[in-house]
Design a protein around this ligand. Structure first.
Ligand code: SF4
Ligand code: SF4
Length: 104
C-alpha cells in the first residue's frame, strides 16, 4: 500500500456466497446481525457495505452455500512484520497458572 492510499481500497470480504448451492431458504437472512443479506433472483446475496464478516451465515446455512475465503500461510512472507492475534477462547482453555511462556 502506498502512502495516501485509503485502507478501504484494500479491504475485501472473506465471506462469500457459492450461488449454485443456495436454495434461497432465507435462514441466513434471519441471523445476519447487520441485515446485510438480500434475496435476489432466489439467491442470498451479501451487501458488502453492510457485512462485518461475522460468519453467522456460514454457521446457519444448511447447504454450506456461504464460505470464508482464507489465505495460505505462505502469504505471510509478503509482509515485513508478522503479527498473530489469537482468539481469547484459546487462552481460556488453560488454568491460571499457565503463562505465555508455556504456550509458545
Ligand atoms: S441459508 Fe444458505 S441456502 Fe439458505 S438462503 Fe442463505 S445461503 Fe442460501
Ligand atoms: S458474515 Fe455476518 S454480517 Fe456478513 S452477511 Fe454473513 S451474517 Fe451477515
Amino acid at each position: 500500500m502506498k502512502a495516501g492510499d485509503s485502507v478501504d481500497k484494500k479491504y475485501f470480504h472473506s465471506v462469500v456466497l457459492q450461488e449454485d448451492r443456495c436454495i434461497g431458504c432465507t435462514s441466513c437472512l434471519k441471523v445476519c446481525p447487520t441485515e446485510a443479506i438480500r434475496l435476489r433472483d432466489g439467491k442470498a446475496r451479501i451487501i458488502g457495505e453492510k457485512c462485518i464478516d461475522c460468519g453467522e451465515c456460514i454457521r446457519i446455512c444448511p447447504n454450506h452455500a456461504k464460505n470464508a475465503i482464507t489465505d495460505d500461510l505462505s502469504i505471510l512472507q509478503n509482509f515485513k512484520y508478522k503479527i498473530a492475534i489469537p482468539s481469547l477462547v484459546f487462552y481460556g482453555q488453560f488454568a491460571g497458572n499457565v503463562g505465555l511462556e508455556l504456550l509458545r
